[in-house]
Design a protein around this ligand. Structure first.
Ligand SMILES: *[C@@H]1O[C@H](CO)[C@@H](O)[C@H](O)[C@H]1NC(C)=O
Ligand SMILES: *[C@@H]1O[C@H](CO)[C@@H](O)[C@H](O)[C@H]1NC(C)=O
Length: 441
């Protein structure tokens, strides 16, 4: 979320095609060997000791609902009372999260994004909720969410202005954190539009420290690396787990399959670095789930859910849960795919094979030695593709064999050994997802 459309357009001009390696600029004009060496060093460093901010949060990827992708900055509640950014929108979503089973499935955060404020701070310099759209105030909204057993996510931005031109937190960090504490927030997303990069480097750690000092556990979501990536500037990714529970590295998601396939490509192109950063307490964030909106087919919706599970990604739905097709709701609530996303090992998956437009992605899960595997069809030529492989060829090599189960069709393949052949048909821009579990000892 975060970037307003205009700014995002200009950023896309800087990086057309949106596929550069995130570390490319750290290396400038050096050759491939140097790049590989640096990646190795970075991942060795990160594997050896990934420090973290120790707030005890996000031990598995956080889950919830976030307003931005679907509801953006609609502030005209006279024209569009049902969809405008207002306390009733968040209360509606909270109600549905509880009544329709999302909360029970793990989606507990309800996150306010940009555009909740008045355009000016009050006479004492404090942030003020928009009087018309949040007449009860931000503290009351938090009380409502907490009364439903949900958690409260809040938003601000590093610069003088937020991405949509509301008051930003620059030179107001301690004051704003006092407001957030009085509102009893549980999560905080810090955006970074319109800001010099030295200010980002200063403000992200400073905000983290201010949040820590409140004594209240507040999950901290950073957009810090994204703004370096977007500007083509070097960034020290290994510092992220020390400061943030999750972070955005890549462009905002929007409501298209193109957007999702660009994110998947970015993960594949940078998987050594990205996978080395992820783990309990600290996650890469590929941005929101857009399932239930206008741009994805049923197959593509399953594909996003499956890939976000393999990515060990935070799962923040941004859709109108009051009005979602049952088959899409079932994807969001699929217990088996959520279990892969929430797997306690916290290991991010990797692309292990790519053949004829089919990508095979594998994520280690419990019991140790087991895997979730996604067969992803990136082809768009309209017909299901038959894919045949031995388990061994996709990295499932344990001699004692696996119990193989297909997730979305709830089909058991039964017991399979590494030499056995696995065959499936994968729909265009769709997935087949399996778990291959070793028997627990
Ligand atoms: C603040 O940081 C310290 C040191 O990392 C940590 O032990 C503590 O749990 C943190 N407190 C909160 C509320 O995040
Ligand atoms: C990157 O950050 C880590 C962790 O804060 C630090 O130890 C390391 O020295 C930094 N690397 C560079 C190249 O600045």
């Amino acid at each position: 979320m975060s970037i307003k459309n205009t700014l995002r357009e200009s950023k896309r001009e800087i990086k057309p095609g949106s596929r550069p390696l995130i570390h490319a600029n750290m290396l400038n004009q050096q050759g491939k060997t140097d790049m590989a060496l640096l990646l190795l060093v970075l991942s060795l460093f990160a594997c050896k000791k990934v420090g973290s901010l120790n707030n005890g949060l996000a031990l598995t990827p956080p889950m919830g609902w976030l307003a931005w992708e679907r509801f953006r900055c609609e502030v005209d509640c006279d024209e569009d009372p049902y969809n405008c950014i207002s306390e009733s929108l968040f209360m509606d979503m909270a109600d549905v999260l509880v009544s329709d089973g999302y909360k029970d499935a793990g989606y507990t955060y309800v996150n306010v994004d940009d555009c909740y404020m008045e355009k000016n701070r009050d006479s004492q310099g404090r942030l003020v909720a928009d009087h018309n759209r949040f007449p009860s105030g931000m503290e009351k909204l938090g009380k409502y969410l907490h009364s439903k057993g949900l958690k409260y996510g809040m938003y601000e931005s590093v610069g003088d202005k937020t991405c949509m031109n509301y008051p930003g937190s620059w030179q107001h960090i301690s004051k704003d954190v006092r407001s957030f504490t009085s509102w009893k927030i549980d999560m905080f997303k810090f955006d970074g539009c319109f800001t010099e990069h030295w200010k980002l480097d200063k403000a992200y750690p400073e905000m983290g420290q201010a949040l820590n000092k409140t004594g209240r556990p507040i999950l901290y979501s950073c957009s810090w690396p994204y703004y370096f990536f977007a500007a083509g500037m070097p960034f020290n990714y290994t510092q992220l787990p020390h400061y943030c529970n999750m972070w955005r590295m890549y462009h905002d998601i929007d409501d298209t399959w193109n957007s999702i396939s660009a994110i998947i490509k970015f993960y594949g192109d940078n998987q050594d670095l990205l996978a080395s950063l992820a783990g309990p307490g600290h996650w890469n964030d590929p941005d929101m789930l857009i399932i239930g909106n206008y741009g994805l087919s049923y197959e593509q919706s399953k594909a996003q859910m499956a890939m976000w599970a393999v990515f060990a990604a935070p799962l923040f739905m941004s859709t109108d849960l009051r009005d979602i097709k049952p088959e899409l709701r079932n994807i969001l609530l699929n217990r088996e795919v959520i279990a892969v996303n929430q797997d306690p090992l916290g290991t991010q998956g990797r692309k292990v094979l790519s053949r004829g437009g089919i990508e095979v992605w594998l994520r280690p899960i419990i019991p140790r030695g087991s895997s979730a595997v996604v067969f992803l069809n990136m082809r768009v030529d309209g017909t299901p593709v038959k894919f045949t492989t031995s388990l061994r060829d996709i990295g499932l090599t344990k001699r004692q064999g696996y119990h193989v189960r297909e997730i979305f069709h709830e089909h058991d393949y039964g017991f399979m050994h590494p030499g056995d052949v696995f065959e499936c048909r994968i729909n265009p821009t769709g997935v087949v997802m399996i778990t291959a579990r070793l028997q627990s000892p």
